[in-house]
Design a protein around this ligand. Sequence first.
Ligand SMILES: Nc1ncnc2c1ncn2[C@@H]1O[C@H](COP(=O)(O)OP(=O)(O)OP(=O)(O)O)[C@@H](O)[C@H]1O
Ligand SMILES: [Mg+2]
Length: 252
Amino acid sequence: MSIKLEVKEATKFYTTKSGNLHALDQFSVGIDPGDFVSIVGPSGCGKSTLLWSIAGLHDLTSGEIRLDGKKIDGPNDQIGMVFQEANMLPWRSLIKNIEFPFEIKKKAPNTARINELLKRVGLSGFETKYPRELSGGMQQRASIVRALSFDPSVLLMDEPFGALDAFTRDEMNLLVQEIWLETKKTIIFITHNIAEAVLLSSKVFVMSARPGRLANVYEIDYARPRSIEMLSDPKIIQTINQIRSNIIEQTT
Ligand SMILES: Nc1ncnc2c1ncn2[C@@H]1O[C@H](COP(=O)(O)OP(=O)(O)OP(=O)(O)O)[C@@H](O)[C@H]1O
Ligand SMILES: [Mg+2]
């Protein structure tokens, strides 16, 4: 099986007023097509920097990232991204927010696909509502629809549910699992919530403190679909605790 996404010695220095800031250091990883992987690590270790580089939203200082063997050198319809905040424009309705990237790219929105996705995430009938009329969970569902509307093969998620209450987060995790099982997109998921990472992923990558390097990989080979109840399994709790200790070790 060929590698879907290959990150090779990704290194990033930001130029700041007080000098160079070393955010990412020789980070290498290969991700298989259709895999679901999570990245966890201390705050500020370079997780978002890595994800933005994969999305082609900024350049690496050295190293490279390849999607299906082709070097990424800018934003690409093959890669969709969901951020912690839903990033909806308050003066546009839900459907107009979802269609916004099409407008920017001067493309006709893929209405049939968008409608199908809205139905899939339970938002049919809310198309004309404004963000203030939608709950946080609904807005995040809409941003998942927006990210999937171009039918990317890779979905990047940067702490997508960090701002949601625990119950809504559980619901969203199960929804993401369902969508992943149905579509087999390759998903890279950043979170501070280790239980969430273990619930969803086949591999959890732990990053070192900044400058971020790959510190450890945990394989999570439980059958799917997985349930929230699974998180009470003593073996899973042990895995979660191991990963948590490993992250703490990175900062000491
Ligand atoms: N545009 C930028 N210019 C300068 N420094 C930046 C920039 N973006 C991020 N940094 C710095 O790079 C380091 C890594 O940031 P990054 O946002 O990638 O970390 P993170 O792991 O996503 O953190 P968190 O878990 O808090 O979201 C931090 O020290 C941050 O201050
Ligand atoms: Mg971040």
